[in-house]
Design a protein around this ligand. Structure first.
Ligand code: 2RA
Length: 345
């Protein structure tokens, strides 16, 4: 059966990874259409010897599209996702716009794939820091029963976008040359610095990024009473987020069982041999399918506690790869294409 795939936001950091991954993973599409703002319409994107002309993302373009990945931010999702669904197109959305809607599944295929079978035309993907964290946390929850987490993140600048990557690199070069540093994207210099501010602050003093980690983790893991304290920090890393986690469990923990649970989990690669200085770093896990989990140790701050560290590619498992993996699972189960969607309705 034919399957036309669209990417809305094709020129952005995540959109470009979607184009790359759909080709590299031989996604079963018969054609691909790229959509972006009017400013980018008409430009061409080359990939695997094919040339794609970018079309303007606007109402009415989704009639011939069976599956659209939205990677253009919450305002575009709010403006166009319902139009796409009305045209019979399935939407897999990266933005935070609809993640907490009760009728929108929020899915990581290694954790809650069953949610892909009941949707109303839109499937949401989690925030990048949530997805990376859960690659270590979910197998430990399955083993010991999760109660509470205290987390700090070390998030790369590619999470903000291509302009932030350019700003970091320009600041490093200016510093080396003793020239003044440009500061536009972040409120403070990011080179040689850390900024404890991602997204916007709310009245409680937490940021949206920190609230997302708490709310999305509860929804994906089905743990509405999970206690979460998160601090999200921007660090001068180009690609891949890292997260340190201190977790309290219901049941007694032990390291051997914890390591075995992580090693057996498909989304994780156990890198945990500190005697030989082996642990994950962002540089090692940029452009990797799995997230690296290490620094496992008994956390004596809790009765049943474990601490660990995880590094994972924020553009891949944190965004584009997770979206493609959701679509691959639906393709394998015959849940894609207008007939499947019509049959479901
Ligand atoms: C960030 N998680 O890292 C947010 C959006 N990708 O900036």
């Amino acid at each position: 059966p034919s399957l036309t795939v669209g990417i809305v936001g094709a020129t952005g950091a995540v959109g470009q990874e979607l184009v790359r991954l759909l080709h590299e993973r031989n996604f079963p599409m018969t054609s691909l259409r790229l959509f972006a703002s009017a400013r980018s319409a008409g430009k061409t994107v080359e990939r695997n010897g094919k040339s794609y002309t970018i079309e303007e993302a606007k109402p009415g373009v989704f009639a011939g599209v069976d599956l659209a990945f939205f990677a253009a931010g919450g305002s575009v999702t709010r403006a166009l996702a319902k139009d796409a669904v009305a045209a019979g197109c399935l939407v897999i959305d990266k933005s935070s716009a609809l993640r907490m809607e009760p009728n929108v599944p929020l899915v990581i295929p290694e954790i809650n794939p069953e949610k892909l079978r009941r949707h109303e035309g839109i499937i949401a993907n989690p925030n990048c820091s949530t997805a990376v964290m859960l690659m270590g946390l979910w197998p430990l929850h399955q083993a010991f029963g999760l109660k509470r987490i205290i987390v700090s993140t070390y998030q790369s600048v590619s999470g903000t976008g291509a302009e932030a990557v350019r700003e970091l690199e320009a600041q490093v070069q200016a510093h080396v040359k003793g020239l003044p540093l440009e500061k536009k994207v972040y409120p403070y210099q990011i080179a040689f610095n850390c900024i404890p501010h991602i997204d916007s602050f709310d009245a409680t003093g937490y940021t949206g990024e920190e609230t997302k980690m708490a709310q999305e983790s509860r929804k994906i893991m089905g743990l509405p009473n999970l206690r979460v304290s998160a601090t999200t920090v921007r660090v001068p890393v180009v690609r891949a987020h890292s997260i340190s986690v201190s977790a309290e469990f219901e049941r007694p923990v032990n390291l051997e069982k914890a390591r075995a649970a992580i090693a057996a989990f498909p989304g994780a690669e156990l890198v945990d041999d500190v005697a030989n200085k082996k642990y994950p770093t962002p540089l090692d896990f940029a452009e990797k399918v799995k997230c690296g989990v290490g620094r496992l140790r008994i956390d004596t701050a809790w009765d049943n506690g474990l601490s660990f560290w995880v590094s994972g590619d924020n553009l891949w498992k944190g965004a584009a790869l997770n979206a493609v993996q959701n679509a691959e699972l639906m393709a394998r189960e015959g849940l894609l294409g207008k007939a499947a969607l019509a049959g479901r309705a």
